[in-house]
Design a binder for this molecule. Sequence first.
Ligand code: MEV
Length: 430
Amino acid sequence: MEKEFLNKLYMKSRADRIKGLALSNVISTEDAILLKDDLHLPAEVADHMIENQIATYELPLGVAVNFLIDQKEYVVPMAVEEPSVIAAASSAAKMINLAGGFQTTIQNRTMIGQVVLKDIPDMIFARDMVIKHQKDILQKANEAHPSIVKRGGGAKEIIIRPIAADKTFQTPSFLVIHLHIETLEAMGANIVDTMVEAIKPYLEKLTNGTALMAILSNYATECLATANCRIPVWSLGKGEYTGEEVRNRIIEACQLAIADPYRAVTHNKGIMNGIDSVVLATGNDWRAIEAGVHAFAARSGQYRSLSSWSKAENGDLLGSLTVPLPIGAVGGSINFHPAAQLSKRILGYQSAKELESIIVSVGLAQNLSALKALVTEGIQKGHMGLQAKSLAISAGAIGKEVKYVADHLKQRKNMNLAAAKEILRQLKEK
Ligand code: MEV
């Protein structure tokens, strides 16, 4: 990667940005040509993707720079409508680079499928039967999807989870059988659903129960990704605050998000600004990731911060983030959505694990940027320029008008849509 062409990318026009990405070898010449005409989901493809399709809903796709993850440099595509997200990711990644970038640990990618049984006449007998026939159950599951087994994946383990009846909620008891499945490079919803549905009748026979359902669980506790980072304390100083003060205030902000769910939700929303944008850009299922991540944040019984920030022995700031990330590197829209395919080429990831490393790192970067701004000058100041642009566009400004309206808006005491419209009206009357 020739990094000099990526300098101050945000100050360049879209055309120069694309040229810069091509010169730095982040994108190929073919992709630069493709991007020149913009990138659209072909109407024909969109029509076949969902029922009753009438249009496509577009979002800006941008790139965050400066990411050094496990010693490898990345320019990260992000699909997002919020103006400040990419700027925040790039600036935090730059800070994190000072001490060697992100280090990640990715758990074995095991997905969980559930078969839910009800009306079990004898729970102990049913449980013993499942334990006794574990091998057969796994074999039947694997026979239902031989191609994943051939590639080294497949159903590996069974976990039995009796769910006791609850008088308060008037729920009966259930016997839930978890199938742990290695789906390799795919997110694997189809693999998992095929396997759990295949073993459903056999489990009914073994337990004398009735199946209620068989489905993937999006609470992917066996597919965790962790990113760690270190920020030299001297680099954290901002305005009136010394580096030590900013570090301590970031740690306190995190302590608050561990203790207070009202703050934790916003804190984690900031993390998801980064995670969702990459999940979306790479063609993955962001609803699955959102649902799983927030359940994980509440695993202690209270909704808490997903990240942790602490002080290193030498005084540096240490950050860590762990989230369930059942994303795929193949399958679904990844195989045909032009933007997802472009994202894959830009990132050049070789495996789903590598993509997980990138996504969890972007989440941690996003959190650092938000916390640093919040505990120093506040969030509004840094956002002002981008918000002004967004308001200018909302007011109807186009082309050069956008910069004019945004610049004048920034000088106003109240930056709002009415002010933007007023500035635009005055400009048009000139
Ligand atoms: C805004 O999209 C995200 C933040 O609210 C996150 C946070 O408060 O930590 C800035």
